[in-house]
Design a protein around this ligand. Structure first.
Ligand code: MG
Length: 357
């Protein structure tokens, strides 16, 4: 039986690239910072909140940004690091649902109507996910919760940064009526200007226009606008990638060494084993990742002859790796991953796989 409403969460990391840089380089914290853009023709890929206070925005030419904020610090992007964290947060999402649709490295939709934890409240799930993202990566995220992707996406912006917003089913209609036209997801600056020239300033104005009027003025998008303003956007959350590994890793705000490494590794192991069990996954290759203070990163792998999944089998592989690995200095990141996963024969993932190939 389908419940009357879907429960959709949109998670969005706060000033993602800039926050990663400030997290990894404590000397940059509290300072106006732009990732990218230092080249003559470069543009800002992301700005820290301190830089935004000066009017620096992403997609702004670096020269313009430097004008607005003369002491702006430009940092080169490190996409490998952003991808790593992106993967880390996705592993958290998968603890709740397989219906995860990433929009970019730092944003995703989750359909938690039926979730793996059997939790009835999407609000609590969003809180839990944000708390865990912070624990495991040291970064903050914002969330929007509502009945469809459009509303969840709009909502996640409202209490940003480090906040969340629910638009409950009975609030949807009023919320949409009062929403400024430029806040509608999919309405860019040009469309917003056109809408205003037609007397459409908010959802209420938009709703008063009939479908014919909207399609005449906006083509195919007219139907989209006609629907979203009535809360009728119901495109499903599409898990658009096949999962290749199941991992658990943790970035520490203060590096750990010696016995503390064993303790942290045990905790990560527990989370990891549970994840693998919860997903009924089996795989062959176990990888330990550790990163020293100076970002030097090592991975050590061990591959089993057959698919493995139990705590004992996984533990055995980890022990084997540890026996031949010397972690010599304090580390700031530890992680365990199971890859070379057994292809799933049935279920949603399997269906997707058949369609894609
Ligand atoms: Mg973001």
């Amino acid at each position: 039986m389908n419940p009357p409403f879907r429960k959709i969460i949109h998670i969005d990391m706060d000033a993602f690239y800039a926050s990663v840089e400030q997290h990894d380089h404590p000397e940059l914290r509290g300072k106006p910072l732009a990732v990218g853009g230092s080249q003559r023709r470069g543009v800002v890929a992301a700005a820290s909140y301190e830089a935004r206070n000066y009017g620096v925005r992403s997609a702004m030419p670096g020269a313009r940004a430097a004008e607005k904020c003369p002491h702006l610090i430009f940092v080169k992007p490190r996409f490998d690091r952003y991808k790593e964290i992106s993967n880390q947060i996705r592993q958290i999402f998968y603890d709740y649902t397989d219906l995860v649709e990433p929009l970019s490295l730092d944003e995703a939709f989750l359909d938690v109507t039926e979730n793996k934890k059997g939790l009835p409240s999407a609000t609590l799930i969003a809180e839990e996910i944000r708390r865990r993202i912070h624990q495991e990566t040291g970064l903050t995220a914002s969330a929007g919760i509502s009945i469809n992707k459009f509303l969840a996406k709009v909502a996640s912006d409202i209490n940003k940064p480090n906040g969340q917003k629910l638009i409950a089913p009975d609030e949807v209609i009023l919320f949409l009526e009062e929403l400024k036209i430029e806040k509608f997801f999919g309405v860019g600056a040009v469309t917003a200007r056109k809408m205003k020239s037609l007397g459409i300033f908010n959802g209420r104005d938009l709703k008063e226009k009939d479908l014919l009027f909207l399609t005449r003025n906006f083509g195919k998008s007219g139907l989209h606008y006609h629907r979203i303003v009535r809360g009728e956007q119901n495109s499903p959350v599409r898990p658009n990638r096949v999962r290749k590994s199941i991992g658990a890793e943790r970035t520490f705000s203060e590096s750990v060494f010696g016995r503390d490494i064993d303790g942290e590794l045990n905790r990560i192991f527990e989370i990891w084993v549970n994840r693998i069990a919860q997903n009924s996954a089996r795989g062959k290759t176990v990888t330990l990742k550790y990163r020293y203070d100076d970002f030097e990163t090592h991975t050590r792998s061990s591959t089993a002859p057959n698919y493995i999944s139990t705590r004992e089998e996984l533990g055995e592989q980890v022990d084997q790796i540890l026996e031949s690995t010397a972690i010599e200095r304090p580390v700031r990141l530890l992680g365990l991953t199971l890859s070379q996963l057994e292809p799933k024969a049935s279920g949603r993932e399997g269906t997707q796989l058949t369609l894609e190939f």
